[in-house]
Ligand binder design. Structure first.
Ligand code: AP5
Length: 238
């Protein structure tokens, strides 16, 4: 069987298009990474890899990793780099990522970013765009406190800004929507502090890469999406 690196560099067949985007979405909790990631994933048919979703799934199933991660997540703290790096390496080595991927919520520390760089080198892959959503704290709190999520298909809604067609029911799969445990005000404040201390330094880290795009995240979902699309199509032409 071919390795991920071999498949990534295999010559293209006639009429076959080059693999599409490998994207990193950055921004504080509630900035819209999941929402925009979901839209890009649908448009380009590439997987959205949310470390938060993978960890929440492990918590629900009470796997050893989930048990370890739960207390950190409940307090709004970051889970250890070692755990998260391992999860991402495993996920990126799956064949669907060869068509491209969207990293939502990873990397989140400089250590994770360094590990990702080495991981991608091993796989013979590279990042095409790093998109960061810039947004004020009050807006973040109102987004997070009104968020409702589908635990089955991971779709994201908001009671006012993006309501489901039928209250409490997922438009996509018909599952019952829930409010995340960490979307309580006290935990939100802790998550925002973690972002400032540990994740914000990544903006500088990626600014030097030439792939970094910062955009205002406080417009409507549609207008933010248009800007993301513009960035991606410009990136493709370069
Ligand atoms: P994670 O699940 O990644 O949460 P997060 O980064 O805090 O981000 P959110 O999912 O809260 O927000 P989002 O930016 O995706 O916003 P969304 O699109 O949903 O992580 C959870 C926990 O897991 C962490 O605290 C940590 O413990 C652990 N973890 C995960 N990754 C880790 C890592 N790499 N390292 C260590 N630990 C890790 O939007 C929010 C709401 O706003 C929605 O209701 C949406 O409908 C609405 N909305 C979105 N865009 C707009 C808009 N433009 N206008 C109006 N409303 C909007």
């Amino acid at each position: 069987m071919m390795t991920v690196k071999e498949v990534a560099h295999a010559p293209l067949k006639k009429n076959e298009e080059k693999a599409s985007y490998n994207i990193i979405l950055l921004g504080p909790p509630g900035a819209g990474k999941g929402t925009q990631g979901q839209a890009i994933s649908l448009k380009y048919g590439i997987p959205k890899i949310s470390t938060g979703d993978i960890l929440r799934e492990a918590v629900v199933h009470k796997t050893p990793l989930g048990v370890q991660a739960k207390s950190f997540m409940d307090q709004g703290k970051l889970v250890s780099d070692e755990i998260v790096n391992g999860l991402v390496r495993e996920r990126l080595s799956q064949p669907d990522c060869l068509k491209g991927f969207i990293l939502d919520g990873f990397p989140r520390t400089v250590q994770q970013a360094d590990t990702l760089r080495k991981m991608l080198e091993d796989f013979g892959l590279k990042i095409d765009a790093v998109i960061s959503f810039d947004i004020g704290e009050q807006e973040l709190i109102s987004r997070l406190s009104g968020r409702r999520s589908c635990p089955k298909c991971k779709a994201v809604f908001h009671i006012s800004f993006q309501p489901p067609k039928k209250s409490g029911i997922c438009d996509g799969c018909g599952g019952a929507l829930i409010q995340r445990d960490d979307d309580k005000e006290e935990t939100i404040k802790h998550r925002l502090r973690e972002y400032q201390e540990k994740t914000k330094p990544l903006l500088n880290y990626y600014e030097k890469s030439g792939l970094f795009h910062s955009l205002p995240g406080d417009g409507s979902i549609e207008s933010v999406n248009k800007t993301v699309e513009r960035i991606l199509s410009k990136q493709k032409m370069e």
